[in-house]
Design a protein around this ligand. Structure first.
Ligand code: G1P
Length: 307
């Protein structure tokens, strides 16, 4: 397995977080609250992403937001009055929670005026990268992956094999129409596949495999040039998948690390609820009572439904 961090090799500095979506699957909550601020237990999804990016060693979070979603950036501010009030009342652990997001890494706002697609959102981040950065990370806040250090291995693969590296999970074939799907070949590295093609949201019958993209990307800077050359694809949007496919066709190396851990989809209530249950059960504060409650809820449900 490729997972050693070689201190001499370049490391990921900037993580781009596309967070400009309308959150339609979460209406009516998202009329006023951006989807990325909905809590998993007590922590907004965007803060979990910032924690993951910081844990992987990045120091800048480029958040691509829509003009009406400024609260997402506000979450990373210092809130000195709130901190002072909490501390004056002896509420240190709450104060620490307030300070956490501000202390993790440096947030940078990138505004996406119109929802033109994930490819368009990622393309906008070009202006925030420094000249030294030959590659960067992308984390989609809808996808929570556990353990949260998958990108470490992806960067190590990039340093060894070059090009771009994505994270893949296996899904049942009938679900492939929701994802970017990989056409792959084996490599000599354990858990690493070479990508020979990628297609956005194909019909299950046309899916080249059941290995799909799951919201973590280490992208070579060449992606920006490819993003300028693609035309609107699936859903009429500029698709990141299509730019990656273009790079593959041009002979650029693209690999996937196959994720063996857990994945939650915070992008819709059907994935958000189990994510809260999973994180809730693991919480020292809420876990034990939640476990008891859940068992009761399930027993009642089974009795009611005759299961
Ligand atoms: C996006 C990408 C898709 C990827 C998915 C992972 O789709 O376009 O390739 O598989 O994220 O969550 P979305 O879920 O935004 O429609």
């Amino acid at each position: 397995m490729v997972n050693d961090r070689d201190e001499a090799s370049p490391w990921v500095k900037t993580v781009v977080v596309p967070a400009a979506g309308m959150g339609t699957r979460f209406l009516p909550a998202t009329k006023t609250v951006p989807k990325e601020l909905l809590p998993v237990v007590d922590t907004p999804g965007i803060e979990l992403i910032a924690e993951e990016a910081a844990a992987v060693g990045a120091d800048r979070l480029a958040i691509v937001t829509a003009p009406n979603k400024q609260e997402v950036m506000r979450h990373f501010e210092a809130f000195p009055d709130l901190v002072e009030t909490l501390e004056a009342r002896g509420k240190q652990s709450q104060s620490d929670k307030v300070k956490r997001a501000h202390s993790l890494l440096h947030p940078i706002a990138v505004e996406q005026e119109k929802p033109l697609g994930l490819g368009h959102a990622v393309g906008l981040a070009e202006s925030v990268l420094t000249d030294e950065e030959e590659f960067f990370g992308v984390m989609l806040p809808d996808d929570i992956v556990l353990p949260n250090n998958a990108m470490e291995q992806m960067v190590a693969v990039r340093n060894k094999l070059g090009g771009s590296v994505l994270l893949a999970v296996e899904v049942p074939r009938e679900q492939t129409f929701n994802y970017g799907v990989f056409d792959i070949e084996a490599t000599e590295e354990d858990g690493v596949k070479k990508v020979v093609g990628m297609v956005e949201k194909p019909e299950p019958a046309d899916a080249p495999s059941n290995l799909v993209a799951t919201g973590r990307y280490v992208l070579d800077k060449k992606i920006f040039d490819a993003l300028r050359r693609i035309t609107p694809g699936k859903g009429g949007e500029l698709q990141l998948t299509d730019a990656i496919e273009l790079l593959i066709q041009e002979g650029e190396p693209v690999h996937v690390v196959v994720h063996e851990g857990t994945r939650h989809d915070l992008g819709n209530p059907g994935g958000y609820i189990p994510a809260n249950v999973d994180f809730g059960l693991r919480s020292e504060v809420y876990g034990p009572a939640l476990y008891t409650q859940l068992k009761k809820i399930i027993a009642n449900y089974e009795a009611e439904k005759g299961l």
